[in-house]
Design a protein around this ligand. Structure first.
Ligand code: ADP
Ligand code: MG
Length: 682
């Protein structure tokens, strides 16, 4: 490790003797001992003294060395919080919550007091909060309300190696802010060794290394490509469980998302049940972003003797969360990634092969406490030849609409001249400008309009904030807020118990009765729950997830508050007259309009992409398909599916998006389609 003059600043970090617990100790004392056993502890003093000498430090240490949980506490203990808060950003909500909870236990304080977290739609902090974990997106939003971040004395941009869009934008903003706030300390923390790039970007800030303690990991590949990696992961888990000694370590499986994880957990449960008492107990712990937090915490429970734990995770467990005791990793080789096509302006979540760097991070999870094994469910050839070396930073593969709007609201006008660590493709920036212009958030000079300024107040994608603000015009703000909140939960609202599939389906379709598609079904669902006075019993009877509904209510409360701030009256149009609500949706989502084609599928109007109604849409059951649809999102699994779809009228598009559609577009959509059909027929 060296600073710009080439001096070593890494200290001796004398090998520490591992401290031992004894049985008479309190939980709190045991935790203090485990804190002192973390690799980072040996470097505590050197780190703090380096931070005294340097305003900006790059901190590098392996996952699990204690960066996220300890460094903010060290800063707190050494007085940095006496004149401001210490912020520590995380790319993922789950990590922010889970780490804050852990640190509050370590400090022996109540979560939300001295230690808290803030994530979108959830602020668990108070006046006296000293250590604040937050998503990178939330710190970015803090710049809007407090451009000099004066309530903070130190910022830790954690998990910097993940290079999320928000983290990348933060780099540019914090680089600027440390120039005029000399009292503000900045730590960029990363789990990978390629820290030189961060250092040179931040004017050669010194790099502080914490050597890890890691054991060797045997890597095993499959001989043939796996057709079904979920099933393969189940089989591999059972093989490990049956053939490897109990007590030899727990298992960690990497899959891509909630559905796969649930499927894997179910299959494992069924198959272990089948084996009955012939095998030791297997404790199955799923972890993904939308899992309720009490269940998330389960992954950290100590495995009892005579049992084995298997954690089934998304790439949340790649670097953000460290689970002790893992000796076997099963890697599907895939992750869900947003993929954005600047040519069409469409983004979708796609299951994508991970990079070699990510695969190595994943296998490293097996060697934290003892030598381990990693089972890669792909071939060695594929690793060498098919996986990219590194993951492409999100900024280069995502829609920048929201970020551009926020930067504009911060008064940063020259985005092409913004100091990006890796600039986004010019085409992506142009797309963002165009779409914000079409939404009316920017004028033709690229300046923020009054509408754009109001839109930036909302922690929503621009298309959703436009939807909300448009409700002012059509006097249906209450309904639109309910709909938008339901769309923003990010988890499923309806649940289908296996033995009551038919009942659940009937209940769900009940909300669709009266028309209006998925958006209005969600609105009906929310309104009826509201009318039941937020009854849990009501949720139960209607096969609705009460947790999702409560989340929707929290989101709604916040959006209502923001509406008040930008002076939007809480008007209402009632449930029966839902046309204005769909018009508001279209005013925001006119990019996502598709027209029924002769063959019975849909084609997006502007860029003529073929897409399909998702089978979960209530419209999928309609005998007469809607001619025009506005959809909430595209997701690509086996093909491009439109999720959450509303039937709309073709003529609305010109009325609601005059910058984007001309009457010709609507007409042309008919004409072109016809000629295309004809030529295909030949
Ligand atoms: P890093 O940020 O360097 O990857 P962390 O600070 O996240 O490391 O983790 C340090 C240690 O704290 C790990 O050994 C991990 O197991 C433990 N830890 C983190 N969160 C929890 C939790 N919620 N419960 C129990 N242990 C935890
Ligand atoms: Mg960490």
């Amino acid at each position: 490790a060296k600073n710009k003059k080439g001096e070593e600043i890494e200290g001796s970090g004398e090998t520490q003797e591992l401290l031992k617990e004894d049985k008479t100790m309190s939980e709190y004392d045991k935790i203090q001992i485990s804190r002192k056993n973390l690799p980072v502890y040996a470097y505590r003093e050197e780190f703090l003294s380096a931070l005294k000498d340097h305003q900006v430090l790059i901190l590098v240490g392996e996952t699990g060395s204690g960066k996220t949980t300890q460094i903010p506490q060290y800063l707190h203990e050494s007085g940095y919080t006496s004149y401001g808060k210490v912020a520590c950003t995380q790319p993922r909500r789950v990590a922010a919550m889970s780490v804050a909870a852990r640190v509050s236990v370590e400090m022996g304080v109540e979560l939300g007091k001295e230690v808290g977290y803030s994530i979108r739609f959830e602020d668990c902090t108070c006046e006296g909060t000293k250590v604040q974990y937050m998503t990178d997106g939330m710190l970015l939003r803090s710049f809007l309300t407090e451009p000099d971040l004066k309530s903070f004395s130190a910022l830790i941009i954690d998990e910097a190696h993940e290079r999320t869009l928000h983290t990348d934008i933060l780099f540019g903003l914090v680089k600027d802010i440390v120039r005029f706030r000399k009292d503000l300390k900045l730590i960029i923390s990363s789990a990978t060794l390629d820290a030189e790039k961060f250092s040179s970007y931040l004017d050669d800030a010194p790099i502080f290394m914490i050597p890890g303690r890691c054991h060797s990991v045997d890597i095993l590949y499959t001989k043939q490509p796996e057709a079904d990696y979920v099933d393969a992961s189940v089989v591999t888990t059972l093989q490990i469980h049956v053939t490897q000694k109990i007590g030899s370590g727990d298992i960690l499986i990497f899959l891509t998302g909630q559905e796969e994880i649930e499927q894997c957990a179910e299959t494992l449960t069924a198959r272990t049940k089948g084996l009955g008492s012939k095998i030791p107990e297997l404790i199955i712990c799923p972890i993904y972003a939308n899992l309720p937090s009490d269940q998330q915490a389960k992954i950290f429970d100590k495995t009892p003797p005579n049992a084995r734990k298997v954690v089934i995770a998304t790439n949340i467990a790649e670097t953000s969360l460290t689970i002790d005791g893992i000796c076997y990793v099963i890697d599907s080789g895939f992750a869900k990634q947003t993929s954005y096509n600047p040519k069409t302006g469409m983004s979708s979540l796609v299951v994508t092969p991970i990079s070699q760097a990510a695969a190595n991070q994943r296998s490293g999870r097996a060697g934290r406490t003892a030598p381990g094994k990693c089972f890669r469910l792909f071939t060695a050839w594929s690793f060498k030849n098919e996986l990219d070396e590194n993951t492409v930073p999100e900024i280069q593969r995502t829609n920048m609409g929201n970020v551009v709007l926020q930067l504009k609201a911060l008064g940063i006008n020259d985005l092409l001249g913004f100091d990006f660590m890796d600039a986004p493709p010019a085409e992506t920036l142009m797309r963002a400008f165009e779409s914000l212009y079409a939404l009316g958030a920017l004028n033709d000079k690229g300046e923020l309009t009054k509408l754009g300024r109001r839109m930036a107040e909302f922690p929503l994608e621009p298309m959703l904030s436009k939807t909300v603000i448009y409700s002012e015009k059509l006097n249906c703000t209450k309904e639109v807020l309910s709909m938008v909140s339901m769309l923003s939960i990010g988890a499923s609202v309806f649940y289908v118990p296996k033995d009551k599939k038919v009942h659940a389906e009937t209940a769900r379709l009940n909300f669709a009765r009266g028309g209006g598609g998925d958006q209005i079904s969600l609105l009906r669902c929310y309104t009826r729950w509201e009318e039941s006075e937020y009854s849990t019993q009501w949720c139960f009877e209607n096969f609705v997830q009460v947790k999702s509904m409560r989340k929707a209510r929290d989101i709604r409360d916040q959006l209502e508050g923001l509406c008040e701030r930008v002076e939007i009256e809480p008007t209402s149009c009632g449930l029966d007259e839902f046309e204005p609500v769909l018009k508001c949706f279209t005013a925001g989502f006119f990019f996502n309009v598709a027209k029924l084609s002769r063959s019975g599928d849909y084609t997006t109007v502007k860029n003529r992409q073929t897409c399909y109604l998702h089978p979960s849409s209530v419209l999928a059951k309609d005998e007469v398909p809607a001619k025009w649809l506005a959809f909430f999102e595209l997701s690509f699994t086996t093909k491009e599916f439109m999720r959450q779809c509303a039937p709309i009228k073709g003529e609305w598009m010109v009325e609601l998006a005059p910058h984007y559609y001309s009457p010709d577009d609507i007409e042309e959509a008919k004409g072109k389609k016809l000629s295309k059909q004809r030529s295909r027929g030949r």
